[in-house]
Design a protein around this ligand. Structure first.
Ligand code: ZN
Length: 322
């Protein structure tokens, strides 16, 4: 049975993209519900100054709570060495660093050039080696498929940066479609090139659904050997460039796609759909996306591991659509 890892990024990528701040107790309840649904890796927030992102002011508390969930990898974003120093004190399992492939995006996002950011990554890897060798270091390469500021991002730049990051000692290097510009042929080609260059250090596909290609891009990445996928419950976060379109790939739809294909995710769709209620309670009025929660599961749906849904309320009762 083929298996993929769904890395839930909603509590970080989603919550930092919405205006409202979810209360700490709601974050705890949501993370518990996500873990209870079988998600085994959760990005729970960012170690950034509260002045910049008040939504993340309680990050240390949220990490400590998430660490009480058995069997999950607790991950948080750190933009720099200072964030990494604060993060590793909490005892979390994994940090993820955003590094842009586009010079223009790097300057706008972290006020550092790509080369300066690479130096920062080296310092973080040194810190890990000295103080917390058990902590995994991931880089999510932003704008790997294109940049709204710079335009096209040469594939050679992406491959070179991936090689430099691997040489710096980063454990996993994923590719992010930050601005929703990727298409499946490009996803296939770029992941193949990166894998040829850095092998097993090739990390997650972080796809956005800005133009409706999120799932198609995930499938393209799967076809060339990617086995970790970032997504967020309800596609939380929205996208400022495409009102009405979700930002991140919707976890519910991604899990449905893989399980229906016979690819094991370990996620229970019924519990995952139930977790939407917990999310909605913490963020009243925020739009939640996804097709599977509304349409339900197909009548003959069977999980990849052979289980059948227990809760028949999620089974589709609708008639034929013309
Ligand atoms: Zn994202």
């Amino acid at each position: 049975m083929d298996t993929v890892l769904i890395s839930e990024v909603g509590p970080r990528d989603g919550l930092q993209s919405v205006k409202a701040t979810m209360a700490t107790a709601h974050k705890h309840a949501w993370i518990d519900a996500l873990a209870g649904a079988g998600l085994r890796e959760i990005e729970v927030g960012s170690f950034v100054p509260a002045k910049l992102l008040p939504q993340m002011a309680d990050i240390a508390d949220v990490v400590r709570h998430a660490m009480t969930q058995p069997g999950i990898t607790v991950m948080a974003l750190v933009p720099n060495l200072r964030g990494a120093e604060t993060a590793i004190v909490t005892g979390l399992h994994k940090i993820t660093i955003p590094v842009s492939a586009s010079e223009a995006h790097s300057l706008a996002n972290v006020r550092k050039t790509c080369a300066q950011m690479l130096d920062e990554v080296r310092r973080i890897v040194d810190l890990r080696r000295a103080q917390a060798p058990q902590v995994l270091v991931e880089v999510g390469m932003s704008t790997a498929f294109g940049c709204t500021l710079q335009g096209a991002v040469p594939e050679d730049d992406v491959v070179r940066l991936a090689e430099a990051l691997a040489e710096a000692g980063v454990d996993e290097i994923g590719l992010s479609d930050t601005t929703g510009m990727a298409q499946p042929a490009q996803v296939r080609r770029l992941f193949q090139r990166v894998r040829a260059a850095i092998g097993e250090r090739t990390g997650a596909a972080h796809m956005h659904n800005t133009r409706g290609l999120g799932l198609a891009n995930c499938l393209a990445a799967y076809d060339v050997g990617v086995r970790t996928f970032d997504s967020s419950q309800g596609g939380l976060g929205g996208c400022p460039y495409a009102p009405g379109a979700s930002g991140n790939v919707v976890t519910e739809d991604l899990v449905f796609m893989f399980e229906a294909m016979g690819v094991h995710t370990g996620v229970d769709l019924e519990k995952l759909v139930a977790a939407r209620t917990v999310l909605a309670a913490g963020l009243p009025g925020e739009p939640l996306y996804g097709m599977t929660p509304g349409a339900g599961l197909t009548k003959d749906f069977v999980y990849a591991d052979g289980r059948t849904p227990l809760d028949t309320r999620l089974l589709s009762t609708s008639g034929a659509c013309a």
